[in-house]
Design a protein around this ligand. Structure first.
Ligand SMILES: *Cc1c(COP(=O)(O)O)cnc(C)c1O
Length: 380
């Protein structure tokens, strides 16, 4: 445990405290108070106000996309993104079992079902090779898209997740999806500030969702953003998430089943102030990741780093331990010392609601499930 003692002193040095050190906590050192107070002073705290437009503009610029739509949380951004990609009741969506619950839930909220395909060991995200292998065996292109021969259902979308901000192999995945005529919807919830070959994650699929929950790189308290390069889809995203009301000075006429998913101006004010800090946060996290990389190299523990083709945001940093026993030691020792560490998620198909959906072998997902542990990653 000599190794872990060195980790504990390193982490305490970073955050300069003897108290409990969480995995990820927000930092408010910029215009957060000023902008939030401004919404209160002006009374525009709710569904009307300039911060929502400003936040959407900032997100369009930052991700280099045609349209950004602010919504109440990341989960709802994914739910609506899937619907706009054409996912309907009775369809299937290909995704990974190694993910946070929101990915799979967003599929089910559309009355569709997930098909769990394995991840790559190097990215920890959906594997293009595994998707291709699945489609070679079960896929069939018909008039209105790709079908799963074994279930008879339409495969309406493919939703990879950029685990902890490490981008998946997007070029390869896009090629497989194109070949099989399946729209790509990115769960970019964790990857604000992550790039694949110079392009922002979430900007390469048809439509994507980000999260601004309190534990993410930057936060709006609670919130999400849909982004797309398709102008029509972008417009439709705004329409659907604001009750699908036809513009009219006083009449209420709604022509589709919309949602009340609009982000309140109060939250957007916080989001604007946080986005102003994002570059600084990313630089600090990158520097912390370098520190961890050096430390863990010396300790003989594998610290997960970005691949040459990608730039990660290092949202939650992680190590890969030798096996489950090592992992248990690591978790117990660090948490008892007041340094929060946490294993990666239980695979989706182990949860009661997701036991019985189609999946492949999940060899890599199971390998990572037993070994990956997050370490404190907050901005210092
Ligand atoms: C955080 C997160 C979401 C969305 O979370 P919200 O709390 O609804 O904002 C979705 N998918 C993944 C993988 C996430 O980590």
């Amino acid at each position: 445990m000599e190794n872990i003692n060195q980790l504990i002193s390193f982490v305490r040095e970073q955050y300069k405290t003897d108290k409990f050190i969480p995995l990820h906590e927000p930092r408010f050192r910029g215009n957060e108070k000023k902008y939030v107070l401004d919404t209160i002073d002006s009374t525009f705290v709710s569904s009307v106000g300039a911060y929502v437009d400003q936040f959407e503009q900032m997100m369009q610029t930052f991700t280099q996309t045609n349209k950004a739509v602010a919504v109440v949380n990341g989960t709802s951004s994914l739910q609506v993104a899937l619907r706009l990609a054409g996912v309907k009741a009775g369809d299937e969506v290909i995704t990974q079992a190694l993910t946070f619950i929101a990915t799979a839930n967003a599929i089910m909220y559309n009355q569709a079902v997930p098909v769990f395909i394995d991840v790559d060991l190097d990215t920890m995200g959906l594997s293009p090779k595994a998707v291709e292998a699945f489609l070679e065996q079960y896929g069939e292109i018909r008039e209105d898209g790709c079908y799963n021969k074994s279930t008879g259902k339409r495969i309406a979308a493919c939703m990879p997740m950029h685990t902890f901000g490490f981008p998946v192999h997007l070029d390869e995945l896009l090629a497989v999806c194109k070949k099989w005529q399946i729209p790509l919807v990115e769960d970019a919830a964790e990857s604000l500030g992550s790039y694949y070959k110079g392009k922002h994650t979430g900007s390469m699929g048809l439509i994507s969702g980000f999260s601004f929950n309190g534990n993410k790189t930057v936060t709006s308290g609670g919130g999400g953003v849909i982004v797309t390069n398709d102008a029509e889809l972008g417009k439709h995203a705004k329409y659907l998430t604001t009750t699908a009301k036809r513009p009219h000075p006083y009449e209420f006429f709604h022509d589709e089943l919309g949602y009340n998913f609009r982000m309140p101006n109060l939250n957007a004010a916080l989001a604007c102030a946080q986005l102003e800090e994002l570059d600084g946060f990313l630089a600090d996290k990158r520097d912390l990741a370098e520190g961890y990389a050096n430390l863990f190299r010396g300790l003989g523990i594998k610290f997960r780093e970005e691949l040459p083709e990608a730039k990660a945001n290092y949202w939650l940093m992680c190590v890969e331990l030798e096996n489950k026993i090592e992992r248990e030691h690591f978790l117990k020792y660090t948490n008892e010392a007041g340094i929060m560490t946490r294993p990666i998620w239980n695979l989706m198909h182990r949860l009661p609601m997701y036991l019985n959906f189609q999946r492949d072998e999940q060899k890599n997902a199971e390998f990572l499930e037993e070994r990956i542990v997050n370490v404190p990653s907050s901005v210092r």
